[in-house]
Design a protein around this ligand. Structure first.
Ligand code: G5P
Ligand code: MG
Length: 224
């Protein structure tokens, strides 16, 4: 196997396609740090930092945070990751071609996992999403319900619903993804780093992702 020494990977997909859910499984099976731009933003919003207040108006309405502001927020984290010895997986960044070009200057990626889930399936599933805000752990009342209803499995703290999971925000987020994703996926396809995984459920998609990633880095836990 052509093992990659330090894997720099992305996970892309429409809102609700299962990026967070698949990332949790990846982190369980491989030595990878998971960094989610959405989790970073939601933490800033919760803590009401100056930048948190600025980004809240975009995030709660389902709009993208402008590129310049986004780079200011995540730039240090990207520099830190690129100079570390860790394998990492970025979730939610880049969202525009311009962000992809900025990332390329900081740290080119070797793997882009693209999740392809039908929009009608997504619209149905986000209605049942609950999250543990401090950690970003994701649950679903139909799919991966918490052990105790309304409580995080690890800390026992209360779960919340996301402000941007209101139907009108979800619709806007899906429209934005449809407009913005094409050029980014093309860009990564040209670099021969794009791997697309299609299905209606995470349980269908996950074994394909696992098998693919296991050709790039050594799993810490064998699932197949
Ligand atoms: P985020 O946080 O990056 P999105 O919109 O890209 O948010 P999201 O909503 O977090 O993506 P996901 O991670 O792809 O979705 O999906 P998930 O949470 O794992 O799964 C969705 C639900 O389905 C969960 O309840 C899960 O349990 C359930 N589920 C999973 N698999 C199955 C299944 O097989 N069956 C069933 N029934 N259910 C399942 O970005 C948020 C906002 O932050 C800003 C933007 O405003 C964005 O809208 N932002 C940025 N702005 C500019 N630039 C950036 N780079 C930005 N990054 C974030
Ligand atoms: Mg997510």
């Amino acid at each position: 196997m052509a093992v990659i020494k330090r894997l720099h990977a992305l996970i892309m997909g429409a809102p609700g396609s299962g990026k967070g859910t698949v990332s949790e499984r990846i982190v369980q099976s491989f030595n990878l740090l998971h960094v989610s731009s959405g989790d970073i933003l939601r933490n800033m919003i919760r803590e009401k930092t100056d930048l948190g207040v600025q980004v809240n108006k975009f995030v709660s309405n389902g709009q993208l945070v402008p590129d310049e502001l986004m780079l200011k927020i995540i730039g240090d984290e990207l520099n830190r990751l690129s100079s570390s010895n860790n394998n990492w997986l970025l979730d939610g960044f880049p969202r525009t071609k311009s962000q992809a070009l900025s990332l390329f200057k900081i740290a080119p990626v070797q793997v882009v996992i693209s999740l392809d889930v039908p929009f009608d399936v997504i619209i149905d599933r986000v209605k049942g999403r609950w999250i543990h805000a401090p950690s970003g752990r994701v649950y679903n009342t139909d799919f991966n319900a918490p052990k105790v209803p309304g409580r995080d499995d690890v800390t026992g703290e209360l779960l919340v619903q996301r402000e941007d999971d209101k139907p009108e925000s979800v619709k806007k987020r899906l429209e934005i993804y449809s407009q913005m994703a094409g050029p980014i996926l093309e860009y990564y396809a040209e670099q021969n780093v794009l791997a697309k995984f299609s299905g209606k459920t995470t349980n269908e998609i996950w074994p394909q992702v696992y098998k693919y990633l296991a050709t790039k880095i050594e799993p810490k836990e064998k699932i197949v």
